[in-house]
Design a protein. Structure first.
Length: 137
């Protein structure tokens, strides 16, 4: 059987977690694990939605509608709060900023992606104490 080389998603994820975050950015191990967990959840979700195994997903499978569906899934099915959802969203934004930097041929995907997801965070109800307090008065 012919061995298949990693696709762009596999290459980007490997370089992001093994080189970019720890060596170039100096990111803490806790943040790296949090980002990794976010990506694992996202890839598993997209695998089910796309009806393909995770190893067959590629970078173009990470599109804004799929990501927005994932964020809704976190809140509805997994019962995550806005803060947890926003942590996952931050991890997704970070990896797409890396994609834009590393693979300029996918800059169009990153540009379409980042603005459309920022609105998800802005439109989310605030769960902070000060925001709830200010809306009462």
């Amino acid at each position: 059987m012919k061995r298949q080389l990693p696709n762009l998603l596999g290459t980007v994820v490997h370089e992001y977690f093994t080189d970019h975050l720890p060596r170039i950015r100096g990111t803490s191990p806790h943040t790296i694990h949090s980002y990794r967990d976010s990506l694992v959840l996202l890839l598993r979700f997209l695998s089910v939605c796309r009806r393909r195994p995770v190893e067959r997903l590629d970078l173009t499978d990470l599109d804004p509608p799929g990501i927005l569906a994932f964020l809704s899934h976190l809140e509805r099915e997994r019962k995550n709060g806005a803060a947890t959802r926003n942590v996952r969203l931050s991890a997704i934004h970070a990896i797409f900023r890396f994609v834009a930097w590393r693979n300029p041929e996918y800059l169009d995907l990153a540009q379409r992606f980042l603005p459309s997801l920022s609105s998800a965070r802005l439109n989310a109800p605030s769960t902070t104490w000060s925001a709830r307090r200010s809306t009462r008065f």
